[in-house]
Design a protein around this ligand. Structure first.
Ligand SMILES: Nc1ncnc2c1ncn2[C@@H]1O[C@H](COP(=O)(O)OP(=O)(O)OP(=O)(O)O)[C@@H](O)[C@H]1O
Ligand SMILES: [Mg+2]
Length: 249
């Protein structure tokens, strides 16, 4: 469903993604883990055209993103963004809209759905994420975990084929992490492809079918969560997981 070939990304001449190749199959749930600064967020943003890149290619379904911002066709970008939803670390809900208003915004303004149709669907999605009782609340009136569930409902409102999430558990207490795992498990069982950056290994273990370890712009290790997280082969992964002596960066 998403295919990355030899992806290279530089910031001011500094290489932060160094020829990454990876395939994310339909229905697969992949966790991106690794030390801070390794390139996880950058890779995730390249997957739906939020970030331009310098070399290689990204394909989503039949759409291809090419290096360089100028060469990305706006229509292709829209197509990719429609297929691939993104949940940011800080959720970025529209502050002046209620939970319901946030979820209907894109279907009405981007997809051209009628307000009635979008509202019906939004109510189903808010029920799915356990937020029906708060549909009239503004973001400032919601807890972090509640805002995050609304952000997931908002991303799902565009009926994406894949959902990308950047550290979705970062502001959640352990109980809310459990709730999120249950929600994402349901989405996984419905066949949604998910790629999530996380620094919570239990979260990766509970949800992912595959773990990729990013370090210094390279995928240094990948495999099933139980293998990679319990028996890492790479010295840097061992250090990152606190299983060995810290290797030099
Ligand atoms: N806009 C930018 N301009 C310049 N350098 C950047 C920019 N964004 C990220 N970087 C650099 O790119 C590298 C990869 O950053 P990225 O945010 O992808 O890391 P990460 O793996 O998500 O880290 P973390 O776990 O801390 O979120 C880092 O060295 C970072 O400083
Ligand atoms: Mg990051």
């Amino acid at each position: 469903m998403i295919e990355v070939r030899e992806l290279t990304k530089r910031y001011a001449g500094r290489t932060v993604l160094d020829g990454i190749s990876a395939t994310f199959a339909k229905g697969e749930v992949v966790a991106l883990v690794g030390p801070s600064g390794g390139g996880k967020s950058t890779l995730l943003r390249c997957l739906n055209g939020l970030e331009s890149f310098d070399g290689g290619s990204v394909r989503v379904g039949g759409c291809a993103l090419e290096p360089g911002r100028g060469r990305v066709h706006a229509s292709q970008l829209w197509d990719i963004r429609r297929r691939v939803g993104f949940v940011f670390q800080q959720w970025y809900l529209f502050a002046h809209r209620t939970a319901l208003g946030n979820v209907i915004e894109a279907p009405v303004h981007v997809k051209g759905q009628s307000a009635k149709e979008a509202t019906e669907r939004a109510r189903e999605l808010l029920a799915k994420v356990g937020m029906s009782h708060r549909e009239g609340a503004y973001p400032a009136e919601m807890s972090g975990g509640e805002q995050q569930r609304v952000a997931i409902a908002r991303a799902l409102a565009m009926e994406p084929e894949a959902l990308l999430m950047d550290e979705p558990t970062s502001a959640l207490d352990p109980e809310r992490v459990g709730d999120l795992v249950a929600l994402l498990e349901r989405l996984r069982d419905e066949g949604l492809t998910m790629v999530t950056v996380t620094h919570e290994m239990r979260f990766a273990q509970a949800l992912a079918s595959r773990v990729l370890v990013l370090h210094g712009g390279h995928i240094i290790e990948e495999g099933k969560p139980n293998d990679v997280l319990a028996h890492p082969q790479h010295e840097r992964t061992r250090a990152f997981l606190g299983l060995g002596h810290a290797a030099a960066n």
